[in-house]
Design a protein around this ligand. Structure first.
Ligand SMILES: *Cc1c(COP(=O)(O)O)cnc(C)c1O
Length: 493
């Protein structure tokens, strides 16, 4: 069961006002002439009456926010096997690097001569990502994976235009991440679904039939969202290239083959990398991310601007380039995320990165091995970094993937990704990452096995889960359709 009891925390406005005196700072008496706000600010900017803010002691405030932080589940708390999201540990040394004054006190319009160190960080990351992917050019601009997909598809569009070709369709397997068809559509293409074969990989006959001169290219997730590697990836790329198309590779799952295989050698023309997944920068909850895109030689001229370029020992910024797709966003991306990613990569080195992939794959296969008797596996192909079970066995007892996931919270684990990929009904997509200790992975498997037994013996226990969290089962439809976003005081104090 959950290792730490939790209690619900009231809003700060609802705390007992009697406690206000404890641990509060008293400002010294005013020793300069008092200024009336109304005499220095325009009248409409002066608030009347003053807002009814909570007036609490310092300890009350610290405890309030600490307790709030404990109501959530975090990577720093326990196994967070949210499939496709690579919720690995964020080493603290990354934070130390990202907080250095030389990085945090910069202005994006400072002349290049004053920010050589920052430009070098971007240039070095650029180089190391080229090595890791085996590609010819990199942009660090996109703010997330999906934004990287859009940048990549815009570059593909530009390259086709430069050749004087107009191709409007993009082939996307039904196992793709939902962002792929969205990005292709945003870039002005028509997303055309291509079915997976029975083993979850691309159906070559379908590809052969569909890859016409109307098709700009294919978007492939490698390994795909089932955690399955496309064994015919080189053949697929050759077929697409042979008919004048380009290959977009969704590299959000790079953690599976980091330091082991090169997308460049697989035939990718553009590939986004989620620095916030593979390279450990914190994510989830909408924080800043970075979706660097690596490209093949043919797309290099179309990379977004601004770009950092090296001129001898100095680094310059290229602001404009007629062949470029232009800027994807203001200035140079989420710079401090880039600092974290480079720190992580340099900290591990080539061997450490390869070991990362090995352990991530080993753990996913450990989970697969331990749970196959208790949970149904729709696609039986060998797993890489994640494994997708479903709730078919438990449905016989009226228990769904939602019940299983809610119950996991009682056992102190974050739930897996649910109901995705769409081709697996009732999916439970588990990605342990390389971060946890083996004992933690084992404890997670034990919890999943215990839940499978509970599903048979006392399904109602699962229907009502979670039992140990401060907020019990929420009505997800109501929460999505009629969210309460604003606190209203029950009475005027
Ligand atoms: C996470 C993910 C994305 C999207 O990345 P964001 O940074 O969330 O935009 C795309 N494809 C795959 C396979 C992913 O796992």
């Amino acid at each position: 069961m959950r290792r730490r009891p939790l209690r619900n925390e009231r809003l700060i406005f609802e705390h007992n006002r009697e406690r206000r005196a404890r641990g509060r700072y008293e400002l010294p008496p005013l020793d300069v002439p008092a200024v009336d706000a109304g005499s220095v600010l325009p009248e409409e900017q002066v608030r009347e009456p003053l807002a009814d803010l909570p007036d609490l002691g310092e300890l009350d405030v610290v405890q309030h926010f600490h307790r709030l932080s404990q109501m959530n589940f975090a990577v720093d708390e326990g196994l967070y096997p949210l499939g496709s999201c690579t919720m690995k540990y964020n080493p603290r040394v990354n934070e130390v690097a990202a907080r250095l004054g030389g990085f945090t006190a910069l202005h994006p319009l400072q002349p290049a001569s004053q920010v050589q160190g920052a430009l070098r960080v971007m240039w070095e990351l650029d180089q190391v990502l080229k090595t890791i992917t085996g590609m010819d050019g990199v942009t660090l601009q996109p703010a997330a994976g999906a934004h990287g997909e859009l940048a990549g598809m815009l570059m593909i569009r530009k390259a086709l235009e430069a050749r004087g070709e107009h191709r409007e369709e993009v082939l996307i397997p039904d196992s793709a991440h939902g962002t792929n068809p969205a990005s292709a559509t945003f870039a002005g293409f028509e997303a055309v679904e291509i079915a997976s074969g029975p083993d979850g990989t691309v159906d070559m006959e379908a590809l052969d039939r569909m890859m016409t001169d109307r098709v700009a290219g294919i978007m492939l997730t490698v390994p795909n969202t089932l955690g399955v590697f496309e064994p015919r990836i080189v053949e697929i790329a050759e077929l697409v290239h042979g008919r004048g198309g380009l290959v977009y590779m969704d590299g959000a799952n790079l953690n599976a083959f980091l330091g082991k295989a090169l997308p460049g050698a697989m035939g990718a023309d553009a590939l986004h990398i989620n620095l916030h997944k593979t390279f450990s920068t914190p994510h989830g909850g909408g924080g800043p991310g970075a979706g660097a895109v690596a490209v093949s030689r043919g797309l290099v001229p179309h990379l977004p601007v601004p770009r950092v370029i090296r001129d001898g020992d100095a680094f310059e910024i290229l602001w404009d380039d007629p062949a470029s797709i232009g800027p994807m966003r203001g200035f140079y991306a989420n710079f401090l995320i880039l600092v974290r990613a480079l720190t992580y990569i340099w900290g591990l080195g080539a061997e450490g990165l390869a070991e990362t992939a090995e352990v991530a794959v080993l753990y996913a296969n450990l989970v697969r091995h331990r749970l196959t008797s208790a949970y149904h596996l729709e696609y039986d192909a060998p797993s890489l970094h994640e494994v997708v079970f479903d709730d078919a066995f438990q449905r016989a007892h009226g228990v769904t993937n939602v019940d299983i996931s809610k119950r996991l919270l009682d056992y102190g684990f974050h739930p897996p990704t649910m109901s995705f990929p769409l081709i697996v009904h009732g999916a439970l997509m588990i990605e342990p990452t390389e971060s946890p200790a083996p004992e933690e992975v084992e404890a997670f498997c034990e919890a999943m096995l215990a839940i499978a037994r509970e599903a048979e013996e006392s399904p109602e226990l699962l229907h009502e889960a979670p039992h140990e969290t401060p907020v019990r089962r929420v009505d997800e439809v109501e929460a999505a359709r009629h969210p309460t976003l604003r606190w209203e005081p029950s009475e005027k104090s």
